[in-house]
Ligand binder design. Sequence first.
Ligand code: UD1
Length: 360
Amino acid sequence: MIAGARPNFMKIAPLMSAFSKYPQVHCRLVHTGQHYDPALSRIFFDELGIPKPDVNLEVGSGSHASQTAEIMKRFEKVLEQSPPHAVIVVGDVNSTIACGLVAVKMGIRLAHVEAGLRSFDRTMPEEINRVLTDAISDLLFCSEASGVTNLRREGVPEDKIFLVGNVMIDTLLRHRERAEASRILETLGLETDEYVLLTLHRPSNVDSDGTLARIFAALEVVQKERPVVFPVHPRTRKAITSGTLARQIADMPGLKLVDPLGYLDFIKLMAHAKVVLTDSGGIQEETTVLQIPCLTLRNNTERPSTIEMGTNRLVGADPDRILAGYRTVLANKCPVGKIPPFWDGHAAERIAEILIQRWA
Ligand code: UD1
């Protein structure tokens, strides 16, 4: 089982737990070290009860090529020392494709969890990782129906594809009540339903000053009306700590910048927000289940069920569109969403059952 970056950890937690119920399966966890800050990694292991990784490749940050290559070199040695029966990768980060590629080149079976999602935007590094990982996987587990449709269109044989539901939602449902006990609202001086929650880390938004400035032009208006809580990802922190943007942000008293938060605090913040503004993939899904309106600061999504059934809508980075979306939410014009099929807390159990049936 491979995990490397923050959004992987909540996906492997229920898988590790599902496999632990099968005494005949020995599950080894490899952490690539793509994310290494305790706030992006260790806190999730602690809060979600994920076992300590058996191996940490400690690759750290780097350009796409050097990070991916380093993971591949180090993971190959791990597989040479003790080859597993199968490798399971989740999501769409660099660790996903890097480890998947090493496994199949060594003749080891590969399963991809969260397969088939497509934004159809190849400027997104994650889209390349998704397309390539799916192309080399032996079993593909989809979280939503669009994944199945996309894989069929790409010619993946029917007997490799399984619609099993969403492992990230398994974790959300399992920890929802515990998260309610978090004191983060009190700590930040917030009132239920009276604040906006913001996250931003996509390179297409934060690596361009122009795009960030447009997003912040909308936030300037929003923060005058209600507090905007903004847990800042390290990539984004770099982009906003100097220059005009830093001065613009310093002039927004309603914008509360905080360090990246742990899982339970973040779920609590999402569950009680008036609206969530984000460019994350997973948050579009979590707000759908929590039935909190989500405005996605992108022009596409690889998770269309969150729009078709859930509480999500795309607003891009254009200030007028962001504000129009925000006003619609305030006017209570957002329909209460439905929960996509199989987002019921049991996706990981289905995956474990299928894998054991097929490969044990
Ligand atoms: C990665 C994933 C992205 C995912 C995101 C969640 C890829 C291509 N991208 O993006 O899909 O949505 O994680 O967070 O795999 N850094 C730290 N501490 C860390 C890790 C990174 O400070 O523990 C800083 C480094 O300066 C690094 C930058 O953040 O250069 C970006 O990290 P990286 O792992 O390259 O990509 P993310 O933007 O985090």
